[in-house]
Design a protein around this ligand. Sequence first.
Ligand SMILES: [Zn+2]
Ligand SMILES: [Zn+2]
Length: 595
Amino acid sequence: MQIAKVVPKVKTRGEGIFDYSIPPEILSDIKIGVLVLVPFRGHKVEGIVVDIKRLSQYPNLKPIISIIDRIPVVDDIHVKLAQFLADYYLEPFSKTLFENVVPPAKRILKQELIDNRTRPIKTAVKSHKYLIVADFSKRLKFYGQAINKTLARGQQIIIIVPDLTLTSFFTKFLKKDFVLLHSGLTLTQRWQTWDKIRQGKTQIIAGSNSALFSPTNNLGLIIVDQEESETYKSDQSPRFHVLNAAQFLSKITNANLLIGSVCPRVETYFLAKKEQILISKKSNEHKDITIVDMNFERSIISQTLINLIEKNIDQTKKILLVFNRKGLGSSLICKDCGWRQTCPQCDLPLTPQLDSGRCSNCEKNFPLLAQCPKCRNTNLSSSGLGTQKLKSILKEKFFQTKITIIEKDAPETDDWQIAIVTSFALKKELPNIGLVAIIDADQNINLPDFFNQEKLFATFYKFLRIGETGLIQTHLPENTTIKNLGNLDYESFFNEEIALRQKYLLPPFGRLIKLLYSCRLETECADETDRISKKLLKFSQISILGPNPSFSAKKRNLFVYQILIKYEKIPEEAKQILLSLPSGWSIEIDPVSTI
Ligand SMILES: [Zn+2]
Ligand SMILES: [Zn+2]
């Protein structure tokens, strides 16, 4: 008798694969990836066949009820990919399978679609993997060559970008037509695109994270551009990292993999050096970057910066002022009693925008109060600095100059000489810039996130490379990250950061798991995280940091506590504890932020 291993579309703990017997009349149609109807705990549910075996260790198997669709909805490669992600990220297999790799609108799958996919003949050629460290235009040239070679072989290409606006750069530069696959498409659009890909009617697929799961059947090349991007780690379950998934896919399909960045994560750079797959084509032209010690300045805009702005205005050159906080200031406070308006859900100060107050934690807007609820006075005003306030300060000094703000949700114009920008501007096509100035390099420098220096360096480094000259305002001129930024010296930054990572056994030398627990009562949060950490503490092979209130201790009316696990190899018993955590917990393997 033949046994089908089926993943039913249900929430389960553990592996989530169940054995069913195959009735003889449907035996010839049972293949990997076929959608079937199976009995499960008294219900009839959909499931996907993921393997076919001769024997089962269980007696008295229930039979498959029927086949829903004879054409497989997913092939064996994508079943393997879903299984890999489930194992690696401790997620239920049914979740990675149904939410990532199975086509979204499978119910409109029509029988007349003949499954014409042919498996490419596996050649003995080994796939290549490279990390290309270069500016975007140079990376594009590199990608272009690889894309052309792959097209000539008749194979398919997946291009992953952190932001869809970037695909237009690709289209423009490479003069090729792509299909776009991303989560913003409607179900029907996604299905149509999906179907075109699986029939091999399209060769280049570009998009965000989900494009990686497109049903290619002859994949020859995967490109992951701007690998340092935080969007590559899904913040919703299943929480996988695109680069990790791409590496696995390249391995099982023999597709080449190109990873690109101008400022890769130190972990990626370290491994690329070790594996000897690094191609560094960075133009290291010298740039004049001034570091201004703000300890001796009275205004948020230093005299040195004013002089440089004037000089660039005289030469009709454009100026970027980098400041990463939108709105009018950091918070709305009562000048009479010191009361501060906070997010009703998260207890964090609301950042005043032009028409409302925004919570940076839950990203919701709330109306700003006109009267202080504590002292009843109406002397409320925004404190601190935001892009809007910076603009009005600059307007006073440079009233004849056209000043704009480039940030998310702001109206766009090309008619400006000074642009105040948040990191959002890095996604935009910017004109030639004479001066890039970092207004406050220290804004986030002491965040207790293990990856903070890396993120800070990457953002400012990318901005400073854009301008002909640069300027950094800081209260910490002796800080090594600031100094390395001043020299645009990635290599020194990398060497220092990797030494620290080695010392503290952080990635790539050790690995991290972030456990978050959220609930309505703070005491319950403390008790539950305490209970789990005590259980984990008995394993000497792992070290536990916490439990403590998460950096934003409250989110959307829930208290959040976290435990950080540092390990080289996780003991099986500890893994079982993680797999059986009750609801309220979330597990993040390889977190990109530790706060
Ligand atoms: Zn007051
Ligand atoms: Zn909030």
